[in-house]
Write a protein that binds this ligand. Structure first.
Ligand code: AMP
Length: 218
C-alpha cells in the first residue's frame, strides 16, 4: 500500500502512523522526523530547515521534494510506504505524483484525519516529547508518572519550539492556507478516505485500519 496521511498538525498523524505502518508492514516516512533528525545531527540540511521549523513555516519545496525523492528511492519503500507530513501543499502533491509515475507505482489512498481546530490547539500545546527516545506524551491525555520524565526510558521531556502557543496558531494558518487544499485535490483524484480522528488513540487506530484495509493490496 502506498499511503499518504493528511490532517492538521495535532490530528495525531505521527501517533497513528506508527500503528498503521506496523499493521500493513510498510515503512513510515515522516518528513518532520527526517528534518528533526537532521537538526539534532547538526547537518547542513538541519541548519537550513531549523529556521523555518521554529517559525512554524514550511521548508522550501525544492529541499523537501529532493529529500522525499531520495527516501522513496530506498529499497524498503519499493513495496509500499506511509508518508506522514508530505505532501504539505498542492505543488508537493504534484511532485509526488511525478515521482510515483516515474516509479510506475501510483498512490493507493490518502487518509484524512479529521479533527477540529480547537481540539488541535489543546493537543499541541500539551504535547511533551522525550529527548532520548522521541516518545510523545501529553500533559492532560497521556501524562507520564513523573512530571517531565519519560516513563519508557527515563529521558527528559521537552516542548517542541513549534508547539508553543504562538507558533501553533501560525502552523494552523499555514495548514489552512497551504495544506487543506490537498483534501479537495485528492478527493477530485478519487483517492481520499476521511475518518473522524477525535477520541481515544486506539479507537482512531481501529477506524483507520478499517478504512484502509480495502486498499491493502492496491
Ligand atoms: P511535522 O512534524 O510534520 O509537524 O513537521 C514539523 C515541521 O517540519 C513543519 O512545521 C515544517 O517546518 C517542516 N516540514 C515537515 N514536513 C514538511 C513538508 N512536507 N514541507 C515543508 N516543510 C515540512
Amino acid at each position: 500500500m502506498r499511503l499518504v496521511l493528511v490532517g492538521p498538525p495535532g490530528a495525531g498523524k505521527g501517533t497513528q502512523a506508527v500503528f498503521i505502518a506496523e499493521c500493513f508492514e510498510i515503512p513510515k516516512i515522516s518528513t518532520g522526523d527526517i528534518f528533526r533528525a537532521n537538526v539534532s545531527g547538526g547537518t547542513e540540511l538541519g541548519r537550513m530547515a531549523k529556521k523555518y521549523m521554529d517559525a512554524g513555516d514550511l521548508v522550501p519545496d525544492e529541499v523537501t521534494n529532493a529529500m522525499v525523492r531520495d527516501r522513496l528511492a530506498q529499497p524498503d519503500a519499493k513495496d509500499g510506504f506511509l508518508l506522514d507530513g508530505f505532501p504539505r501543499n498542492v505543488a508537493q502533491a504534484g511532485e509526488l505524483d511525478g515521482i510515483l509515475n516515474e516509479l510506475g507505482a501510483p498512490l493507493s489512498v490518502v487518509l484524512d484525519l479529521d479533527v477540529d481546530f480547537e481540539e488541535v490547539v489543546k493537543r499541541l500545546s500539551g504535547r511533551r516529547t522525550c529527548k532520548k527516545c522521541g516518545h510523545v506524551w501529553h500533559l492532560e491525555y497521556d501524562a507520564p508518572a513523573v512530571a517531565g520524565i519519560c516513563d519508557k526510558c527515563g529521558g527528559e521531556l521537552y516542548q517542541r519550539d513549534d508547539d508553543k502557543p504562538e507558533t501553533v496558531r501560525h502552523r494552523l494558518d499555514v495548514y489552512a492556507e497551504q495544506t487543506a487544499p490537498l483534501i479537495g485535490f485528492y478527493r477530485d483524484a478519487g483517492k481520499l478516505v476521511a475518518i473522524d480522528a477525535l477520541g481515544a488513540v486506539e479507537d482512531v487506530t481501529e477506524r483507520a485500519i478499517a478504512a484502509l484495509t480495502p486498499y491493502a493490496d492496491a
